[in-house]
Design a protein around this ligand. Sequence first.
Ligand SMILES: Cc1cc2nc3c(=O)[nH]c(=O)nc-3n(C[C@H](O)[C@H](O)[C@H](O)COP(=O)(O)OP(=O)(O)OC[C@H]3O[C@@H](n4cnc5c(N)ncnc54)[C@H](O)[C@@H]3O)c2cc1C
Length: 395
Amino acid sequence: MSELPLAAIRAFLETHAFPLERELLSRPFTELLPRLQELRADVKRLGLWAPHLPRDLGGLGLTLVEFAQVSALLGETPIGHYLFNCNAPDIGNQELLLSHGSEAQRARWLGPLTRGEIRSCFAMTEPEFAGSNPVWMDTRAERDGDDYLITGHKWFTSSADGAAFTIVMAVTAPDAPPHRRASQIIVPMDAPGVVFVRNIPVMGESGSDYMSHAELRFDKVRVPVTNRIGGEGMGFALAQERLGPGRVHHCMRWIGICERAFRLMVHRAATRELSPGEPLGRQQAVQHWIAECRAEIDASRLLVLDVANRIERDGAHATRDGISLIKFHVAGVLQRVLDRAIQVHGAYGMTDETPLAYWYRHERGARIYDGPDEVHKSAVARRILEAAGMRKGRK
Ligand SMILES: Cc1cc2nc3c(=O)[nH]c(=O)nc-3n(C[C@H](O)[C@H](O)[C@H](O)COP(=O)(O)OP(=O)(O)OC[C@H]3O[C@@H](n4cnc5c(N)ncnc54)[C@H](O)[C@@H]3O)c2cc1C
């Protein structure tokens, strides 16, 4: 694509998405669905739909680096990615089915997903096992003729409420080496034996529909073996492949949140008076927060775009250190920027009159999902130390 439609996207968000935020933050998501569906149709009509998808699937055909810039813009509002059909976890499932789905899987699931007719989710983490160790899980998919029988317990399956299907990570070869034990299998959410236990209260909110995280049980759920994505035992490899670009998507969305929080903070500092004629922004502490935020956001953007460039040039595996660096670094910047922005707003920052408090609650997870900070830091540091001669070991 020669020129990114950034101005058109910004205009759409400012006209239609920002004004909806107060309602979004004060009412159940499901109550806003009819309005949101209209807006999604408008995005399609404007030719801005699914910027990450190839053109033959109705998207804009953007590269990872191009999409990263769009993603930062969409991140400025909690519903940006949803309106443009590039929201997690659907975007990861779309990319997975696009690169590894069979023809039948693409026709049945990918088509409706790309057109925005259905939503999906990804069920990997289990309450009883450390999600930080992705090869350790209990959910089994046992062969029964041409079918799998899936039994297991998952949680934090984002957006499962209202989803048409989930991709389940399940052990299919218990005796294989750890990284070859699991497979990814498509399970329709209405299949007999799929139990939707609840939307988990997260930071005081259970949420609904797209904005929720569910606990699920799979009680001998029968699906055909043809629902497996890729080869048997490929689950872990496919998850790794998904996470490279996925972390760039998350980081650029967080940078969008930072930009919006920064604008709100600056506006408040410039206009809130501590006494007549004395704006808050005259305080040195506030000035330092503004300067520190600007430097941290700019540096994060450059770091993430560099990593996105390197993924495109060298592949995700060769860029794994960079991917780990952006994941924990930008999550930390996000938390600091939101914290300072709320501090500058005082009590107003704690209300849902701005999206700051919503992000502060829900983006705390940024330091946990897709690999907690500590896992990424240790992985990078270990490789640096080993390159300097430290012996390989378990710890
Ligand atoms: C908002 C949100 C959305 C999510 N969405 C999904 C989803 O859609 N699908 C899905 O399958 N999962 C999802 N998850 C789950 C997420 O992937 C897991 O929470 C994550 O993998 C961590 O696993 P855990 O929670 O079991 O923590 P644990 O593995 O129990 O780890 C707990 C803590 O231990 C520390 N730790 C762990 N390993 C190490 C180490 N090697 N070195 C030092 N310290 C360590 C870290 O501080 C970590 O936070 C989501 C989580 C959140 C918060």
